[in-house]
Design a protein around this ligand. Structure first.
Ligand SMILES: Nc1ncnc2c1ncn2[C@@H]1O[C@H](COP(=O)(O)OP(=O)(O)OP(=O)(O)O)[C@@H](O)[C@H]1O
Ligand SMILES: [Mg+2]
Length: 515
């Protein structure tokens, strides 16, 4: 090792000596050409080659730079003497880094490499579409020429992989949003992020335990499926569609999935994105091991017609915004996309096209309250691999809520009470959100909470029966009116007119009915 350093030092000495001779002896016009020549000769005889990894590559942030910085932070913490310490906004731990113009030696498969961190002031602001940082930062990697191949083939991949591992370990997971639409910030990112701290997990999620186990197994298979996806020639991604009424836990399920897998979430607000190419750019800037979510897909843009480029059509809940009411949303007609020209085919390409596999290990997750409004193209296998119905609270799911909210185990409750609850719950059609409200309200008195829940179930069943009786009554009345009209031919046209006025049909339909 010492010998290498001695040789290096003497070569550097020779190089410096030659440079000083050149600068003093030769006239200025020869200096540049001679320096270039000497430089070449020096590198020709040198046993090393050098690679520069700059922080900003053109206008984009160089991910390799960030990865190297993070990777070196683990080695630097052990061996460095002068280190810069960092704690990221979203990080829960401190990382170490090389100070400006400091060096660090690393080894990989028996090959020694040297990293140097180089920071210089940016001379003058060159023209750019966005402001660039004041400092120009980069790493120089020095590798022996004989080790060049091994370093280029696998060391840099190893560095990237290790950096991702460190990032996941150090950093709290992030929730990204595209609130700026598709425009980029000064480091070229279209996404803004905040720490993701949603407490929902599969333990707290009240859904049927068999369904829960199935979903968890599917997620584990996906996360461990790198070789499977490679072998079968499929992009390493999976699509889930969560559908069901509001308050059944669709958003809670997304958070539980992210917490279970340790993935970041990209919450894509489609109404903020104007074009298909903006959508593609957003996708390109998502990282691996992430869940890309589009909530309320039926309300985001008009997705019922592949050829429609926004505006008109019958897709959503109106206004391009989120809908809050399950019942009223179903009557929405048309949609004003406010200049949004994303098409269904743009979205399909986003989830399924060539671009969807940039980066890997990504989950696409759509939610909707109205699965019947979605285009079949969006639902076919391969796009949305698993359709998960989030339904009204079932008896097994209710037991999970009783346990989580009140600390009840199954044996803590009287058998008769449990049976009564079981008998009513399906007819009551209450969502887990409704049930948890009752439990939270009465959580100081557990027994009262359960009694109140039973009362609520019974009330709902009564209301539901009354409503269905009323609507049945209306139907019977209509039928009887029509029958009377047919039985008394002289009054028929008047009677029918009355029925039609009530139901809103036009003159042409009348003839069909009579026929
Ligand atoms: N299956 C569930 N398990 C546990 N808690 C639930 C479940 N469903 C709903 N909740 C509770 O109800 C609240 C609302 O649930 P959530 O936002 O996940 O419903 P959602 O299906 O996404 O509704 P929306 O369709 O309106 O977006 C949450 O705070 C959560 O605590
Ligand atoms: Mg939701």
């Amino acid at each position: 090792m010492n010998e290498i350093w001695t040789t290096m030092a003497s070569m550097m000495g020779v190089w410096a000596f030659c440079q000083s001779i050149l600068l003093t002896v030769f006239p200025p016009e020869f200096r540049f050409a001679s320096l270039k020549f000497l430089h070449r000769v020096f590198h020709w005889f040198s046993a090393y080659c050098y690679y520069d990894i700059t922080e900003i590559d053109g206008v984009n942030t160089n991910e390799l730079y960030n990865a190297v910085q993070l990777y070196l932070s683990t080695s630097a913490s052990i061996s460095g003497t002068r280190l810069s310490l960092m704690r990221g906004l979203n990080s829960s731990s401190i990382t170490f880094g090389l100070s400006n113009n400091d060096r660090l030696v690393d080894s990989y498969n028996g090959a020694a490499v040297e990293w140097e961190h180089i920071v210089t002031q940016r001379q003058s602001q060159t023209f750019s579409w966005r402001p660039l940082p004041e400092e120009r930062r980069g790493f120089t990697l020095r590798v022996k020429k004989k080790d060049k191949q091994v370093i280029l083939d696998s060391y840099l991949d190893f560095v990237m992989e290790k950096a991702n591992e460190i990032r996941r370990k150090n950093q709290d997971r992030l929730l990204y949003t595209n609130s700026r639409g598709g425009s980029l910030d000064s480091r070229g990112h279209p996404w803004e992020s905040v720490p993701f701290k949603h407490p929902s997990t599969f333990e707290t999620l009240a859904i049927d335990p068999v369904k829960k186990a199935e979903i968890m197994d599917d997620l584990v298979d996906f996360a461990n499926g790198e070789s499977f996806y490679k072998r079968t020639g499929r992009a390493w991604k999976r699509g889930y569609l969560l559908y069901g009424p509001p308050g059944t836990g669709k958003s809670s399920m997304i958070a539980a999935m992210a917490n279970f897998l340790g993935y970041d979430i990209y919450d894509l607000e489609l109404t903020e994105v104007n074009t298909n190419s903006e959508l593609r750019k957003l996708l390109m800037k998502t990282t691996s091991k992430s869940i890309i979510v589009i909530e309320d897909i039926d309300c985001s843009i008009n997705l019922t017609n592949r050829n429609t480029t926004g505006g008109g059509g019958g897709g959503g809940g109106g206004g391009g915004g989120r809908r809050n009411n399950y019942d009223t949303a179903s009557h929405g007609h048309g949609i004003d996309d406010g200049g949004n020209s994303i098409t269904l085919s743009g979205l399909l390409n986003f989830t399924d096209g060539l671009w969807s596999c940039c980066g890997s290990e990504k989950i696409f997750l759509f939610t909707t309250n109205h699965i019947e409004k979605l285009d079949p193209a969006l639902l076919r296998s391969g796009r949305m691999d698993m359709h998960i119905h989030m339904s009204y609270c079932s008896f097994p799911a209710m037991k999970i809520l009783l346990k989580n909210y009140l600390g009840f185990q199954e044996n803590d409750l009287q058998k008769e009470l449990l049976e009564e609850l079981e008998g009513e719950i399906d007819d009551a059609e209450m969502t887990p959100a409704d049930i948890s409200e009752v439990l939270i309200k009465n959580r100081r008195d557990k027994n009262r909470a359960v009694e109140e829940l039973l009362v609520e179930f019974k009330n709902r069943v009564v209301i539901k029966r009354r409503k269905s009786k009323e609507s049945n009554g209306d139907e019977i009345e209509d039928e009887e009116q029509e029958k009377r009209a047919l039985d008394t031919p002289t009054d028929a046209s008047d009677q029918l007119q009355e029925t039609c006025n009530k139901n809103g049909c036009d003159d042409n339909d009348d003839h069909d009915k009579f026929d």
